[in-house]
Design a protein around this ligand. Sequence first.
Ligand code: ZN
Length: 68
Amino acid sequence: MFIKLILVLLLGWIGFSLMKRFKQNNPSVSKNGKGQKMIACEVCDTHVPESDVIVKNGKNYCSKAHVE
Ligand SMILES: [Zn+2]
């Protein structure tokens, strides 16, 4: 009976540790809680998700209108 309980606790602990390690190793975990890094536009300083940002000549823009 006790062995079963210990096994369950051990498995739970291992799962928890692995999840923690996975989260720490995942660079896409971020600030806005949606798994996306926010980047400021060079022109208007609006923060846009990394996936929506337009990069040109090493600078970040929120929309095509702000790209020179
Ligand atoms: Zn902008």
